[in-house]
Design a protein around this ligand. Structure first.
Ligand code: SF4
Ligand code: SF4
Length: 379
C-alpha cells in the first residue's frame, strides 16, 4: 500500500493483533458461561471449553460451533457481562476468520460488490450495480462513488449506505438547511471495511481502512459525520490508528449541536429509541438521539433492559430465528410506543423491512419533519 497511509500505519495488522489477543483471552477465561447466557442468537449445546478450543489457532472448528459462529451477529452483548474483561465477540470473529473459506453464500453475497479487493466477476458486478443505481436514482447520482479531492470542513461519509436514498436525501437537506460546509464521500468503492471486519475478512477490512484514510486525508475535514454505527466505528479507528485530529460524530450528534437552527416544537407523540449495538444508551450518540426525540416527541421507556434490541443484520440471514426475534421485538415496542426511531442506518434499513404496526424511522427524520411542520405553518 503506497502513499501517506504507509507512513503512519500501525505496526500490526488486525490478523496479527487477533492472533496475539485470542490466546490471552483463552487463558483469562474462567468458563463461567455468562457470555453465552446473554447471547441472543441460536447456539448449539457446546461447552465453553469446546468453544475456546475451537477459537485456538490450528484447532478444528466442530460443525455446531461453525454454525454458531456464522449465527453470531457481532452485537457485543457478551462483552459487558464478562467478569474477566474478555471480548467474546472478537473471539467469535476470530472463528469467522478461521472459517472464511467456508463461509456460507449469504455471507459471500453480502461482500460481492463491496470494497476494493474484488475478483474479476465482482468488479464487473460492481460496475454494473453502480451504473444501474446512477440511472435509477438520478437526483443522488452525483454523490455515488464520490472521492472528492478538495478540502471541506465537514465530511458526510455515508459509505456503502449512499444508496439508502431516504436517509441520504434527508441528511443532505438538513446539512443544506443549516448551511454546513460539507462534502460527501460515499459508495461501495469507499467501503469502511466494517462488513469485511465483522465477517472475519481481516486483510480486506484493513485494506478498506487504508484506502478510506487516504480519501479522508485528501478532504482534510475537521469533522466526519456518518449515519451508520459501523462506519462510525471504522472512521473512529482510522482517527486513532493514524493519530488524526478530526472529530467523528453521528449525523444526529452533529444536528443536535446545531439544534438551535431547528424549530423547537413537539411534532410527534411517544417514540422509542432503538439503540444500536455500537451506539449504546449511554454513548454520546445515544444521548444525542434521546435529546432529539425528547425535543420533537415524547421519549418512551425501553420495554426491558435485557430485551432483544439487535437488528440481526450481521449474520446475513444465517440464523433462522432472526425474523421471529425481530417481530417479537417490535411487538414489545408496540406496547410502549407506535414509533421506533433508529440511531443507526443499519438498524433502520433492517427493521423497516418488517411489516408490523410499528412505524420504524431514522432519528434524523424528526429534524426533517420539524422543518416540514414549520413550512406548513408558514403557508
Ligand atoms: S457478539 Fe456474537 S457471541 Fe457475542 S452476544 Fe452477540 S451474537 Fe453472541
Ligand atoms: S463471560 Fe468471560 S470468563 Fe465467562 S465464559 Fe464468557 S468469556 Fe469466559
Amino acid at each position: 500500500m503506497a502513499g501517506r497511509a504507509d507512513k503512519n500505519r500501525r505496526s500490526l495488522s488486525t490478523k496479527e493483533l487477533m492472533k496475539n489477543l485470542v490466546p490471552q483471552y483463552i487463558d483469562q477465561c474462567i468458563q463461567c458461561h455468562r457470555c453465552m447466557d446473554v447471547c441472543p442468537v441460536t447456539k448449539g449445546s457446546f461447552k465453553i471449553n469446546e468453544l475456546n478450543d475451537a477459537t485456538k489457532q490450528g484447532f478444528d472448528v466442530p460443525p455446531e460451533i461453525q454454525e454458531f459462529a456464522f449465527n453470531c451477529v457481532q452485537c457485543g452483548k457478551c462483552v459487558p457481562v464478562c467478569p474477566a474483561n474478555i471480548r467474546r465477540d472478537y473471539m467469535v470473529r476470530y472463528i469467522k476468520f478461521k472459517l472464511r473459506e467456508q463461509k456460507p453464500w449469504t455471507y459471500k453475497r453480502y461482500l460481492f460488490i463491496k470494497g476494493p479487493n474484488l475478483g474479476s466477476l465482482g468488479r464487473i458486478a460492481q460496475k454494473l450495480f453502480i451504473s444501474l443505481k446512477k440511472i435509477s436514482v438520478r437526483d443522488l447520482a452525483c454523490f455515488f462513488e464520490t472521492a472528492p479531492l478538495k478540502k471541506a470542513e465537514v465530511l458526510f461519509y455515508p459509505g456503502c449506505y449512499i444508496y439508502s436514498k431516504k436517509t441520504v436525501r434527508q441528511t443532505l437537506r438538513l446539512l443544506d438547511y443549516i448551511g454546513c460546509p460539507y462534502t460527501v464521500l460515499g459508495g461501495v468503492t469507499s467501503c469502511c471495511g466494517a462488513p469485511h471486519m465483522l465477517q472475519g475478512e481481516f486483510d480486506s477490512a484493513d485494506h478498506c481502512l487504508e484506502l478510506l484514510y487516504e480519501k479522508i486525508k485528501a478532504i482534510d475535514p475537521k469533522i466526519v459525520i456518518t449515519a451508520c454505527a459501523e462506519c462510525y466505528v471504522a472512521v473512529a479507528q482510522i482517527k486513532t490508528t493514524y493519530n488524526e485530529k478530526f472529530e467523528v460524530l453521528s449525523v444526529v450528534e452533529y444536528l443536535q449541536r446545531n439544534s438551535s437552527e431547528f424549530p423547537n416544537i413537539k411534532i410527534r407523540g411517544k417514540i422509542l429509541l432503538h439503540d444500536s449495538c455500537r451506539f449504546s444508551k449511554d454513548s454520546p450518540q445515544g444521548s444525542a438521539a434521546r435529546h432529539a426525540i425528547s425535543t420533537f416527541g415524547e421519549l418512551g421507556e425501553a420495554p426491558s433492559a435485557q430485551g432483544p434490541s439487535c437488528c440481526y443484520q450481521w449474520n446475513h440471514g444465517c440464523d433462522q430465528g432472526n425474523t421471529a426475534r425481530r417481530i417479537a421485538y417490535l411487538a414489545e415496542v408496540k406496547n410502549v410506543a407506535p414509533t421506533l426511531a433508529c440511531n443507526c442506518l443499519t438498524c433502520y434499513e433492517e427493521l423497516k423491512k418488517l411489516r408490523t404496526d410499528v412505524e420504524v424511522i431514522d432519528v434524523l427524520q424528526l429534524f426533517t419533519e420539524s422543518l416540514d411542520n414549520a413550512q406548513r405553518k408558514e403557508r
